[in-house]
Ligand binder design. Structure first.
Ligand SMILES: Nc1ncnc2c1ncn2[C@@H]1O[C@H](COP(=O)(O)OP(=O)(O)OP(=O)(O)O)[C@@H](O)[C@H]1O
Ligand code: SF4
Ligand SMILES: [Mg+2]
Length: 371
């Protein structure tokens, strides 16, 4: 793990912002991913803020999020519903809904900031350099276009190859993602495919122009467990074989452990913990991550029953002062009510935005020592 990019002189500050007059934002240091596969960050998100105009007021959907993804690595982003995962991905790719906008921050793809780019410039990046796989492939596929030409379209436009070569490429991709009998299925329509096969088509489209990074927003949530497992293996395998980087948003912690090397945990529009996936999920350093792990099957080797996190996620129109997790945190102290915790660097390329993260260690030790 490369770790956060900006570290204060005391090793604790990570370029945190928003601790001033607005009190609106928390930690914004760059939680990086391990340099396990490549050389430098392929993608750097720096202090990203996304606001959405709504009838309830201004929703601060993404509030000072920073992370980086190294070439060839997979970063999982986890967090409860409404924590800002999808808006983060959409802001990176420049496909926010019309009522949402990036108010500040940078999205650096190989050093180039995408935030100021116009849609026409972004169109040259989407596909050949960066692509996205959505949760529901049916909504992303063109229902009246045969799937083969949909896969061939990107290479035809972006790679400057002729129709025949693009079709050949589409067939090859269909084979690679495990679509049986691709010659026949090339001319089928999306509705003739099962959910799992449609998601394979989406993956083929995402891979078609050999992007450097693929953003995946819950790509397997709509699928049954067996198909889900096949798709995850496929994605993890492609990541290894092709060196493509992944950002993988999911609610599902075992899925993150299966596919990703690194994980970033979001709460209330902010990043609260990050680091190597095994360490973070098995030895959390943020009470919210601890709660997520306790409430997820397959991750709690301490207790036999699942323990839901009490309370509900914060309003992103008027979030709590201080640490946004304080109304739900059993370790909260007085300072948590007024101080926005900066993302603090920990050994092993980890980071946490908790003022009392050592309480997690104590709690885990006490549970493990219990008969
Ligand atoms: N079109 C919109 N108008 C107003 N608020 C929105 C809109 N879309 C999303 N939001 C709000 O923005 C916040 C972040 O939403 P986002 O979709 O990124 O969450 P998420 O973490 O992806 O959740 P989920 O796990 O349910 O997909 C939420 O509070 C959500 O209610
Ligand atoms: S201990 Fe305080 S800073 Fe840490 S998560 Fe709980 S409320 Fe937030
Ligand atoms: Mg989402």
């Amino acid at each position: 793990m490369t770790g956060p990019a900006a570290t204060g002189p005391d090793g604790t500050g990570m370029g945190s912002t928003g601790t001033g007059s607005t009190g609106s934002t928390g930690s914004t240091g760059t939680a990086g991913t391990a340099g396990t596969a490549g050389t430098g960050p392929m993608l750097e998100v720096r202090d990203l803020h996304v606001q959405i105009a709504s009838r309830r007021g201004l929703v601060r959907a993404v509030d000072g999020v920073s992370f980086e993804v190294v070439k060839g690595d997979a970063l999982g982003i986890v967090g409860e519903s409404g924590s800002g995962k999808s808006m983060t991905l959409r802001a990176i790719l420049g496909v926010l809904p019309p009522e949402a906008r990036v108010t500040s921050g940078q999205v650096l793809l190989d050093g180039q900031d995408l935030v100021p780019l116009r849609q026409t410039d972004l169109n040259r990046i989407r596909g050949p350099r960066m692509s996205m796989i959505f949760q529901e492939p049916m909504s992303a596929l063109n229902p009246v276009m045969r799937v083969g030409p949909q896969i061939a379209e990107g290479p035809l436009i972006h790679l400057g190859i002729g129709r025949a070569k693009a079709a050949e490429r589409a067939l090859d991709l269909m084979r690679r993602v495990g679509i049986p009998d691709p010659e026949r299925r090339y001319r089928a329509y999306p509705h003739e495919f099962s959910g799992g096969m449609r998601q394979r088509v989406m993956i083929a489209i995402a891979l078609a122009c050999e992007p450097e990074i693929i953003l995946c927003d819950e790509p397997t949530t709509a699928l049954d467990v067996t198909i889900q497992d096949q798709i995850l293996r496929l994605l993890a395998g492609l990541c290894r074989e092709t060196g493509v980087s992944l950002v993988f948003v999911t609610h599902d912690l075992p899925v993150v452990a299966q596919v990703c090397q690194q994980v970033a945990v979001m709460y209330g529009g902010q990043l609260v913990e990050s680091g190597p996936v095994h360490e973070v999920l098995h030895d959390p350093r943020h009470p919210y991550t601890l709660g997520l792990v306790r409430s997820a099957p397959d991750f709690d080797n301490v207790r036999e029953s699942l323990v839901p996190i009490p309370g509900s996620p914060p309003s992103l129109v008027s979030p709590p002062e201080g640490c946004r997790f304080h109304p739900r945190c059993k370790f909260a102290e007085e300072d948590c009510l007024v101080t926005v915790p900066p993302l603090k660097l920990l050994p092993g390329g980890r980071a946490t935005a908790c003022l009392h993260h050592e309480r997690c260690i104590e709690a885990l030790e006490a549970e493990r020592a219990a008969p």
